[in-house]
Design a protein around this ligand. Structure first.
Ligand code: SF4
Ligand code: SF4
Length: 176
């Protein structure tokens, strides 16, 4: 059985090569022709807004902690109503390896990978983008998500009033 499996494993790649040898090659005349990247393509990141048009980023530093090359930096600030935001937010794309870990770590869906792959530049300083360059007027891949409706205790709603959240239980009622 192992011999059969090995023979099959050896021949299969040759068969795939043979099949593609007789197909028409797909050549894109870049940059005159541009290919639309897939929805999950990982290129230049953007900072998105929630459905109310507010900045989603709460300057929690999780993206910069997750980044393996340390190319995200920011300074946290707080509004009068207690809502946090990034006073400044910077990504050094000269170091970024487009791994997507920052977007995976973000609890508010603020930072998202975009499809813009045309960011090459001869001057590395032009690849350091600030919040003004990154922030877009859109919710990106999930327009309806609103972090503060789920976790805005003391900021946008009292404890227990968030989406899918139950009112707090009075501990004394649980006592015998
Ligand atoms: S994509 Fe990866 S390397 Fe680039 S900023 Fe995000 S975590 Fe860092
Ligand atoms: S982009 Fe997301 S993970 Fe990064 S600081 Fe803002 S809220 Fe936190």
């Amino acid at each position: 059985m192992n011999l059969l499996r090995d023979i099959k494993g050896t021949l299969q790649p040759f068969w795939v090569t043979l099949r593609y040898m007789f197909k028409r090659p797909v050549t894109i005349q870049y940059p005159e022709q541009k290919r639309t990247p897939s929805p999950r393509y990982r290129a230049r990141m953007v900072l998105t807004r929630d459905p109310d048009g507010e900045e989603r980023c709460v300057a929690c530093h999780l993206c910069s902690a997750a980044c393996p090359v340390d190319c995200i930096s920011m300074q946290a600030a707080e509004r009068e109503d207690g809502r946090r935001y990034a006073a400044w937010f910077r990504i050094n794309f000269a170091r970024c390896i487009f791994c997507g870990l920052c977007a995976e770590a973000c609890p508010t869906l603020a930072i998202q990978m975009g499809p813009d792959y045309e960011i090459c530049n001869r001057d590395p300083l032009n690849l350091v983008l600030e919040k003004e360059d990154l922030l877009i007027d859109d919710g990106g891949k999930d327009n309806s998500y609103h972090f503060y409706r789920h976790a805005g205790i003391g900021v946008s709603q009292p404890r227990g009033a968030g989406a899918e959240e139950s009112p707090p239980v009075d501990m004394k009622t649980n006592m015998p």
